[in-house]
Design a protein around this ligand. Structure first.
Ligand code: FE2
Length: 345
């Protein structure tokens, strides 16, 4: 993980005083960094957009747009938010630090610079930035593979998009944590990513699978897990990918897990996935009504394929969101507009 080329890292120094700029630039140049300089906020932002530096040393007090404002703008932009910003202050001012943190700054340095401190901070932030950037890129790659998989099968339409929306709503209905809701939403996009490894002849076959074909089809869950496993941010999503076809009585795949041995989020996700397949049109079936879909899922739950408690909650969720629309406000009041969520957002 450490094998990036520090020498090629670009650092932007922003300061309205030429002497301060030159001092920082000289120290960084000695360390082998390529140094860019800007003397005010607007030209700093232009340079960031044009040059995509690996780190910004940002003076706080500048005429016109001050350092805080520059930082806020960069952190609000999807393209620049990952670039670490180090605020440079003249003295160890607590108020300035607090404002810097509020503006989204990543670190602080005090003028005049201590060469060793500057070198250590810059090195570690640049390293961190490159790792974050790789992760971000890797996630984007995964999501675009997943979209490609979905588009190979023209019959699923906006299946994933609906799963993401309903996953978020059902997750909040169940009172899951913010990160669990996120995992559920990512599961909506990524659960079938392993289908990328299933041949078209099987994936797009119109009729029923032969037992041999079904064995190949089942592999999509383990292929998907292998694709996403290396990423730390996918830790909560891979159990959904691997286990979204397990059944409560142990008759599912790939591990024939029973009951609560099936990861909870995979149980939750499965209900959303099945409901969507039932309640939308597919080449092999018509679109069932809300009540018909719930009935079929209840039959399967009675057959011991799903968690009965969770199915009860899902039925209530669908009833308040899809059937009793007039009660929707009540539901929103009860499950979504809870005080802690209001303050958090
Ligand atoms: Fe699947």
């Amino acid at each position: 993980m450490d094998n990036f080329d520090l020498d090629s890292a670009k650092v932007l120094v922003v300061d309205d005083h030429p002497s301060s700029r030159m001092a920082a630039s000289a120290l960084l140049a000695v360390e082998g960094y390529a140094v860019l300089e800007a003397e005010n906020g607007p030209s700093a932002i232009d340079l960031v957009l044009a040059e995509d530096p690996d780190l910004i040393l940002l003076d706080v007090m500048m005429p016109g747009m001050d350092g805080y404002e520059v930082c806020r703008r960069l952190k609000a932009d999807e393209h620049t938010r990952l670039i670490p910003v180090v605020f440079v202050t003249a003295l160890d001012d607590r108020q300035a630090r607090l404002r810097g943190i509020e503006a989204g700054g990543d670190d602080f340095l005090i003028k005049p610079f201590d060469q060793l401190e500057l070198s250590a901070r810059v090195k570690s932030l640049v390293r961190q930035k490159r790792l974050n950037q790789d992760l971000d890129h890797a996630e984007k790659v995964l999501f675009s593979i997943a979209r490609t998989v979905e588009s190979r099968d023209p019959n699923t339409g906006d299946h994933c998009e609906r799963l993401v929306k309903r996953g978020k709503a059902f997750g909040e209905f169940l009172g899951l944590s913010r990160s669990e809701v996120r995992d559920l939403m990512w599961g909506g996009y990524l659960h079938d990513i392993g289908k990328v490894g299933i041949p078209d002849a099987i994936l797009l076959k119109p009729g029923k699978f032969t037992p041999e074909e079904f064995e190949v089809m089942k592999e999509h869950v383990t292929i998907g897990e292998r694709i996403c496993q290396p990423l730390r941010t996918m830790r909560g999503v891979t159990p959904i990918i691997r286990h979204h076809h397990e059944r409560w009585d142990g008759s599912g795949y790939p591990d024939r897990l029973e009951g609560d041995n099936i990861p909870y989020l995979a149980q939750v996700f499965q209900l959303i996935d099945i409901y969507d397949a039932l309640a939308s049109e597919r080449p092999y079936k018509r679109c069932f009504t809300v009540q018909e879909s719930l009935n079929i899922m209840q039959e399967e739950t009675d057959r011991n394929w799903r968690n009965p408690e969770l199915m009860k909650a899902f039925t209530e969720f669908i009833q308040v969101t899809e059937i009793k629309k007039p009660n929707r406000d009540l539901w929103l009041e009860r499950y979504v507009k809870r005080p802690e969520r209001l303050t958090a957002s």
